[in-house]
Write a protein that binds this ligand. Sequence first.
Ligand code: GRF
Length: 218
Amino acid sequence: MASPPPSTAPARLVVLVSGSGTNLQALLDAIGDDPEHYGAQVVAVGADRDGTGGLERAERAGLPTFVCRLGAYASRPEWDAALTAAVAEHRPDLVVSAGFMKIVGKDFLAGFGGRIVNTHPALLPSFPGAHGVRDALAYGVKVTGCTVHFVDDGVDTGPIIAQGVVEVTEEDTAEGEAALHERIKEVERNLLVEAVGRLARDGYRIEGRKVHLGHVGE
Ligand code: GRF
């Protein structure tokens, strides 16, 4: 699967959030007022719940926002179809799941498969799922980190774009998940900004599990 050849227009990003939105903020800060230089612009921000820090950041940046709450739909497929339609309205080149704590479904993958980027706070394939930081700490690993990857139909199983490593210290073991997660997020924000920028500027190919950056062989 290949991305379209790079064009001069910045890639259109729709960013999905559930939480405080510091990864979204890192993207907004990197883009600043020069989307041509970064290679991408955020055209809209979506969330699965109201009143989150991520939505507030989007509103402060003057971006269009939308909310698709799972509970507002009769079934998960209906929610997925609504989310797909809401994202499609903004014609994204890439969809960035930046701390979006929902598993997308068939319609969403059919609409945007190979163009959905997720960030996960552990070194996949270890510790997938909603509690990657806690699970890594409980397992007693000495290093953990974060993974930026494409989304497929599994839970945090898609092809890996980039990874960053964070050492687990004695203090993490004592202080617990929150302190370690904060240190991971410092690495994660830079990794996401770097990975999304490269995908947008240089293009990419996905071959099986391998992601090749740049338009190799074109
Ligand atoms: C990130 O660590 C992300 O990987 C995880 O939740 C965190 C979101 O942080 N799933 P923020 O909302 O971007 O600050």
